[in-house]
Design a protein around this ligand. Structure first.
Ligand code: PLP
Length: 266
């Protein structure tokens, strides 16, 4: 059997905990081989993102065409897209190379408040990219921004949120419970055939940087191995939970102590 290949199209995080860096670590940890195309360079550390600079559309197209002319890709994870021009390149490439098993983490704003996708690009992402993906994985804030709603994150709101996202063109959605009011972290996968919820205890930790990136790239990796969407979400969520539980073992040497941080998972 060949080694499954997973392509991540995402931002570059020099701090090592989000974007291309965590995607690559995750894909390799789960038995895939990671290919990556960079959409933007960011500057960030444990205090958050302080700057971003997108690559040109031509450069993203060249990265993708050069890889895809050479290597077959079994699954794709899409993260930070920065702007409309880069979304259009990704859409073109998906169509041209007939890519499948595409998981979209609709990254809009970092936890520290830095915009990672321009406002005008949201509509283009929804209308052009959503219909090409087998799964979209928004958190509560992203869902509210996409739908123009103010859901609070109660489990009973999930079907309403999912229907709203279906109407925007998503094939299946994973509503992530990391920011909700529920005691457990419950993620709900909504497929046209029904809803399945996956629950783990909430882990008290400062190592939460890049959780969305890890989850979406883990799902893509399991899809690349031929698992069903339900199985892929189930095993990806377990992997994230294990990493959250063990993350305290990662001790970076920070220059200042006693300030709150968002730390990498592994
Ligand atoms: N940097 C990159 C490249 C990202 O893709 C993301 C989120 O997807 C972030 C930063 C934000 O991570 P966080 O929300 O954990 O700060």
């Amino acid at each position: 059997m060949h080694t499954p290949t997973v392509l991540t199209i995402a931002g570059f995080d020099p701090y090592g905990g989000a974007g291309i860096q965590i995607d690559t670590k995750t894909i390799h940890a789960l038995g895939g081989y990671a290919l990556s195309a960079t959409t933007a360079i960011t500057a960030q550390n444990s205090q958050g993102v302080v700057g971003t600079e997108p690559v040109s559309s031509e450069m993203l197209r060249l990265q993708l065409a050069t890889l895809l002319d050479d290597v077959n890709v079994d699954a794709v994870k899409i993260g930070m897209l920065s702007n409309t021009g880069l979304i259009e390149v990704v859409v073109d490439m998906i169509k041209q190379y007939q890519l499948t098993n595409i998981v979209l983490d609709p990254v809009l704003v970092s936890s520290s408040g830095m915009r990672l996708l321009t406002m005008d690009a949201i509509e283009v992402m929804v209308s052009h990219l959503f219909p090409l993906c087998c799964l979209v994985t928004p958190n509560l804030m992203e869902t509210n921004t996409l739908l123009g709603t103010e859901y609070k994150g109660a489990l009973k709101e999930n079907l309403l949120m999912a229907h709203g996202l279906f109407e925007l063109g998503a094939e299946c959605v994973l509503l992530k419970g990391g920011h909700t009011l529920e005691k457990e972290a419950v993620d709900c996968l909504v497929e046209p055939s029904g809803m399945a919820c996956f629950s783990t205890p909430r882990v008290e930790t400062s190592h939460t940087h890049g959780t969305g990136c890890l989850l979406s790239s883990a799902i893509a990796t399991h899809l690349s191995k031929g698992l069903s969407l339900k199985e892929s979400v189930h095993y990806a969520k377990d992997f994230l939970y294990d990493k959250l539980c063990c993350s305290g073992g990662l001790k970076l040497q920070y220059q200042e102590v006693n300030i709150s941080r968002s730390e990498p998972l592994f």
